[in-house]
Ligand binder design. Structure first.
Ligand code: NAG
Ligand code: NAG
Ligand code: NAG
Ligand code: NAG
Length: 578
């Protein structure tokens, strides 16, 4: 009896050791994601505590853990910040450096887009995108079969003369091959005409003689390039401009109809993130325009309740979100069949400073960052530190949260093909005609986004579910739960496997068991094969079959080996049998 116990203990120790080495690994991963969330909670506590509550987190009451190992190395911060210059193009510094910088890493960030298949958009859908003039020739890497409209950004209206302010970009419009290529694929090309600033808008909209100048130069530019129309974007319009803007759109409509007799010109109008801030009447405008572009962007600028560019929902009941924007527009009578939802191909990076006394990071918006940069900087193989992103299910946006030993933090909120697909679903569920993606090139190297576009907008059939109900729905909750705790399940599964073998090992020490079914070599092999198969199956299910998770497989093999040796050892005991 003593002998048997000793054997069991030995096997147990052997298995426990291999198990523990894995468990530590798994445990530290669990711990690190908890840590990040709790840091996140501190961040959220200040500005979006409602999100924390809605996510089911309680506001942390425990003392802040200041152990050094929770921080990302400063080297990482340097790494992220070294890429500053790359973001200039979407942060107001309008240079073409952005594109050139992308090229230097061309080995990794290939512009080639393959594997789209031969998908063609359905007749009645709109996949709209923008070509910002600073993006060089990124458009060459796109599949125009999946783009129904490209808007050239931009014709900057001079509020004093009605002409344009940016001759260099107008020259680009006159010369770019983009328009010729688009025409070959029947992709519509529009010229964006933009005027920012309330005072500028009042000045321009109240002086109709300026409109004459604008339409004269516009008509020439459209005719010259055989373009299909204009996109009108007057952002941040004040209350007093509502009537004048309507008149202006009417003026453009009439003039285009009158000047382009053989071709019906297309007019799209960008309407703001906050429906009530749009001063013109949507129903009246509906008679004049072909497409409304609902700006589902830059919510981080709206009221400070969200750090995200395009939150699907906002846990703060007063906060804005894509969901709320669409609901309000539809209630105002927006025609969904003539509308698209513009979504970002960029995210937001915030920088925080630790407020020791208060126990949180006070975080400031730093810059916009293109999705391809997020991928490059935060998921880079060059990185000295492995970062895991977290999905905020309410806002349906991913984030990285990093804390550094110098008391600073960086958090980056961004979309990927999965979160964008949920936002596209929202537009489709609301019966919108399609979506817009701002902007070409911001997603360089992320073909998966266009695969999602293909799935949603190409082909004969499309299946749409309400993404919000889906996220709230029970099956998804369970799936999310499983996903969230997958590591725990794996650990549990490992324990169970080990217990099984431990039990078996123990059973082998009993000669009656040995002489029964499992003593047969064939049964043993079958048994082990089945175990391994189940093991692999579960691993495949959790997507754990790559990376470091071979450790767990090793445990299985160790277990199998232990079983084998015990069986062999058990053979020796057999002669001692009472
Ligand atoms: C570009 O941005 C940097 C910092 O963001 C600034 O120092 C520089 O003056 C800007 N250049 C131009 C041309 O605006
Ligand atoms: C309208 O614009 C024209 C051309 O710039 C200018 O001469 C005229 O004074 C403006 N009218 C008003 C009322 O501001
Ligand atoms: C604009 O031009 C048209 C002719 O092209 C002219 O009849 C009209 O008076 C002009 N409007 C203003 C306000 O100058
Ligand atoms: C990052 C951020 O949005 N910070 C804001 C949080 O809220 C306070 C007011 O409670 C603002 O002052 C910060 O600018």
């Amino acid at each position: 009896m003593n002998q048997i116990n000793w054997r069991s203990v030995f096997v147990f120790i052997l298995l426990a050791f291999s198990f523990l080495s894995c468990r530590n690994n798994e445990y530290s991963k669990l711990k690190s994601s908890t840590r990040r969330i709790s840091s996140e909670m501190r961040y959220l506590e200040k500005n979006t505590s409602e999100v924390a509550v809605a996510l089911g987190m309680t506001v942390p009451t425990e003392k802040i853990d200041t152990t050094v190992n929770k921080f990302a190395p400063l080297k990482q911060k340097t790494f992220i910040q070294e890429y500053n210059f790359l973001y200039d193009a979407i942060n107001g510094n309008n240079t073409v450096d952005y594109l050139q910088s992308l090229e230097f890493d061309s080995l990794k960030m290939s512009y080639k887009r393959e594997g789209f298949g031969q998908k063609i958009l359905r007749e009645d859908v709109e996949v709209y995108t923008w070509y910002p003039y600073w993006m060089g020739d990124v458009w060459k890497s796109y599949d125009f079969n999946l783009i129904s409209t490209i808007s050239f950004f931009t014709y900057k209206i001079d509020p004093q003369s009605g002409s344009y302010l940016n001759p260099a970009q107008i020259k680009q419009w006159r010369e770019t091959d983009l328009l010729d290529t688009a025409a070959k694929y029947n992709t519509k090309t529009l010229l964006n005409i933009a005027l920012e600033g309330e005072e500028n808008q009042v000045e321009f909209l109240q002086n109709e003689s300026l409109w004459n100048v604008t339409i004269d130069s516009l008509a020439v530019l459209l005719k010259e390039r055989n373009a299909d129309g204009v996109e009108i974007e007057f952002s941040g319009m004040g209350e007093q401009s509502g009537r004048d803007f309507m008149n202006f759109v009417n003026f453009i409509r009439n003039n285009l109809d009158y000047r382009f007799i053989s071709k019906k010109m297309f007019i799209s109008v960008v309407i703001p993130t906050i429906p009530e801030s749009f001063p013109s009447d949507l129903l009246e405008l509906d008679e004049l325009v072909d497409l409304f572009i609902v700006k589902g962007l830059d919510y981080h600028e709206v009221d400070g309740t969200t750090p995200v560019i395009a939150p699907l929902r906002n846990a703060n009941p007063d906060g804005y979100s894509l969901d709320r924007t669409l609901r309000e527009y539809l209630a105002m009578g927006l025609n969904p069949e003539k509308s698209i939802l513009a979504l970002p191909l960029y995210g937001a990076q915030w920088g925080g400073a630790w407020e020791g006394n208060e126990g949180y990071y006070s975080s400031e918006f730093e810059k916009k960052i293109t999705l391809s940069e997020v991928k490059r900087v935060y998921e880079s193989a060059d990185s000295s530190y492995i970062m895991n992103s977290v999905l905020d299910e309410i806002m349906m946006t991913n984030y990285f949260f990093l804390e550094f030993p110098d008391g600073s933090s960086i958090d980056c909120w961004y979309d990927d093909s999965n979160t964008l697909s949920k936002k596209m679903d929202l537009a489709l569920f609301r019966k919108f005609k399609g979506i817009g993606l701002w902007a070409l090139g911001y997603d360089a190297g992320m073909d998966e986004i266009w695969q999602v576009v293909g799935e949603k907008f190409a082909g004969d059939e499309v299946f749409v579910k309400d993404p919000i109900a889906e996220i709230d729905g029970y099956p998804i909750q369970v799936a999310l739960f499983l996903h969230k705790y997958e590591k725990l399940f794996v650990v549990t599964f490992s324990i169970m496997t080990i217990v099984l073998f431990f039990t078996l090992a123990y059973a082998f020490s009993d000669w009656r068991f040995r002489e029964s079914i499992l003593a047969h070599q064939l049964y043993r092999i079958i048994f082990l094969a089945v175990c391994l198969f189940i093991f692999l199956l579960i691993f495949a299910f959790f997507d754990l079959l790559e990376g470091n998770n071979w450790m767990l497989i090793l445990i299985f093999i160790l277990g199998a080996a232990a079983t084998y040796f015990i069986q062999k050892y058990g053979g020796l005991i057999k002669s001692n049998k009472p």
